[in-house]
Design a protein around this ligand. Sequence first.
Ligand code: NAD
Length: 475
Amino acid sequence: MGSSDYTFETFFNVVNGECRSAFKFKYGTDPSTEKKLWDWPVATTNDVEEAVQSANDAFKVWSSTPIEERVEKISQWKESYKGYCENFTTLLMAECGKTRALAAGEANEVISLFDHHLQLRIPEERIEDDHRIITTRHVPVGVVAAICPWNFPVVLSMGKILAAVLSGCCIIVKPSPFTPYSALKLVELAQLFFPPGVIQVLGGEDFLGPALVSHPNIHKISFTGSSATGKKIMQSAAGTMKRVTLELGGNDPAIVFPNVDIENTASEVVQGCFVFSGQVCVAIKRVYVHEDIYQPFLDAMVKAASMIQVGEATNKSTTMGPMQNEMQRQRVQELIADTEVNGYTFALPPRSFESNSGYFLSPAIVDNPPENSRIVVEEQFGPIIPVLKWSNEADVISRANNTKSGLGASIWNSDATHAEQVGRQIQSGSVFINSWAKTTPRGMLSGHKESGIGGEWGSTGILHYCNVQVMHDFK
Ligand code: NAD
């Protein structure tokens, strides 16, 4: 591929260094307009077999390529990517329905991911006693399949790709069929810098994910998506004893103490609930507010959420775009209907839209529904949020933990020491103090309980792409 062939209008699978079209195509839908986007090629079983073979062949050389050479190639890819940041921003706006600010934030976060991985090195430990030298090494696990969700197509696939190739693994990326375009383009660009088979991508139908998970010559699955799919993957991966990293769903609580600045905190909490229409794994999903400030805080949340401008992603005044897909919109509408049928009170009711096109939903806030209501118990992954009252600290911590999920949480308290004491009692992979979930590649993203196994990013995420080998060298 020459860089002059690299356009954002045509999309290919990449197998063995080759950009491949197909006999069968699918297309995505612009969530803002419901208009057809570009065709993307559907990979065949033959493509899968060739990609797996190519990855295993490439692994023999790539795994023993000195890390400084691998770093050099990643660095060249980064420089090239920087020149296309604007193209990726536009693509993300079209395929995800993200506002320009959100899409540009994601495209730029990829540069932070590059920078983070460029300075990472894989640790080796050497211990010597009277009889032997014990050297603990981390060796690349082999061929990895990255199975990705639709909400952050570039950031979530790049986190997997960079950790894999830096550690010496080869990787086959499977983007979500809802948002395949940007991952296809990322991997196509990588072909200018990496040997064939090191980074490949296959877009496909429902057979593709299970085919990768059960394939005997794939050695690890790095999956980000729902807990339901994660369980299926874990079950199927057991057949070949594959390593799995599972980054799954959440039901993140925010606990608000009575000593906060009400207006500012409510405005921040609202952002944490409704960012990308709530379609963020670590978005706030439940808000627990101390009874002493419950009503003014709820009023301030309603005021802040009412100012959100819902509209087409490309419209400059829009601050919240549409839902990414119709299925997800229907799921949220079901939760809205459940809230109505059960007679719970909307502090901010959802509004209807005049336009017949676009998967739009407006922010909605439910006033103190029961703890066992669906809107409290389930991951809504959309712009409807329950606000709940608390009075006793131990009790609210127990309510926050009373879930099968354990992905993220936030504690809002002007006494940071106290906030941290509370945060330590929360069963989740990430806890944000006086902030909604602002993740960074420097901090590991991982889930407790049914929110996942293993983790990615941070200084140790890369170790999940390695097996440990201990050399016992007797004197
Ligand atoms: P999903 O589980 O429906 O799909 C994710 C991917 O898995 C897609 O590529 C899909 O094609 C593939 N897939 C589906 N069934 C499969 C199977 N049986 N075997 C192998 N692959 C299969 O999830 P989604 O709707 O795309 O994403 C939303 C979910 O992802 C939410 O629950 C959200 O919380 C979670 N998520 C988690 C994180 C995190 O870091 N923990 C980040 C983003 C999203």
